[in-house]
Design a protein around this ligand. Structure first.
Ligand code: BTN
Length: 325
């Protein structure tokens, strides 16, 4: 009922809607309407009330509420089930728990703040309150575990494409999953899976985007390598709108993937890549080497041509691009 009242207030915005009209269209008592209006105010919606005139919505909070995300969301299943938390340890951890309890394909977990945001290679992911999009998508494709890394590729393409078109700033993808703007990282992707030997039970695609973080708020250890969309575009970014676009793109690319068109996604990745044809240093657990990144393979690995001409496939590790002179 609360979200139906909100939908009515939005429909009439910026005008007033009378209590009587709300009551008639939703078949609910005036006292119940008042209670729901109070609850909406507690959620951060600003609603004016005038005796004999009714209610008027004057401000929507800048929060990633499910009812805001689902409003006009143009997807069939991605983001149609949303679990929202004001604060959480990590959306990936929660997504795994939900997936273990049967969450449906396309469910997302979204939060305003992560207290133990997780990055690749056991790193921490800084996720300040209200400043980013920190979310995890649960997918249950019928694929073998060897295909799971394709979801990192797919998600990178989705985010980079949307930032290019929605914010209008040029992004690039650094293998395997960093989304860069002006050579600094704005987004990271952590893909995890639960699988048997030959069958994936579920995939969790965790996406963290630095949206409205001031440059000066980045901790010293990452301030030279990280940035945010607002810092690079010079304006505050609408997080709900951006997330809706990303969910739409993720669904479209997922459909392409399950219909056997992964090559098309790879082609887009190559276009968006800042790694291909560049001199790189690869740092792995026990080894470091340099070469030219020449291609990405179907299995998500990066092909490096070493100085002696020999080609080698890299499945995990850290890529450092040679600095521009
Ligand atoms: C990286 O190291 O680049 C990957 C960072 C992934 C961060 C996101 S934020 C939402 C989701 N929950 C997590 O704990 N991590 C991912």
């Amino acid at each position: 009922m609360k979200s139906e009242i909100l939908a009515l207030l939005k429909k009439y915005q910026p005008e007033y809607i009378s209590g009587e009209e709300v009551s008639n269209s939703l078949q609910v008592s005036r006292t119940a309407i008042w209670k729901h209006i109070q609850a909406l105010r507690e959620d951060g919606y600003e609603i004016e009330s005038q005796p004999r005139t009714g209610y008027r919505l004057t401000k929507i909070p800048d929060l990633l509420y499910p009812q805001e995300i689902k409003n006009k969301l143009a997807t069939k299943y991605v983001g149609q089930q949303i679990h929202f938390f004001k604060t959480i340890n990590s959306t990936n951890i929660m997504a795994k728990e939900l997936a273990n309890h049967g969450a449906v394909n396309g469910t997302i977990v979204v939060t305003e703040k992560q207290e133990q945001g997780r990055g690749r290679l056991g790193r921490q992911w800084i996720s300040p309150q209200g400043k980013g999009i920190w979310f995890s998508l649960i997918l249950t494709p019928e694929i073998s575990p060897t295909e799971a890394p394709k979801y990192t590729i797919l998600a990178g393409v989705a985010v980079a494409k949307v930032i290019n078109r929605y914010i209008g700033i040029k992004t690039g993808i650094k293998w395997p999953n960093d989304i860069l703007v002006n050579e600094k990282k704005v987004c990271g992707i952590l893909t995890e899976m639960n699988a048997e030997i030959d069958k994936v039970n579920y995939i969790i695609v965790g996406i963290g985007i630095n949206v409205n973080i001031n440059k000066s708020s980045f901790p010293a250890e990452i301030k030279d390598i990280a940035t945010s969309l607002s810092a690079e575009s010079g304006h505050k970014v609408d997080r709900v709108g951006l997330l809706q676009e990303i969910l739409g793109e993720l669904e479209q690319l997922n459909e392409q993937f399950i219909n056997g068109n992964f090559n098309n996604i790879l082609a887009q990745w190559r276009q968006l890549s800042v790694t291909i044809n560049k001199p790189v240093t690869i740092t792995m657990l026990k080894e470091q080497f340099t070469g030219i990144a020449v291609d990405i393979e179907q299995d998500g690995s990066l092909v490096i041509q070493k100085e002696n001409g020999q080609k080698t496939k890299v499945f995990s590790g850290e890529v450092t691009l040679a600095k521009k002179k």
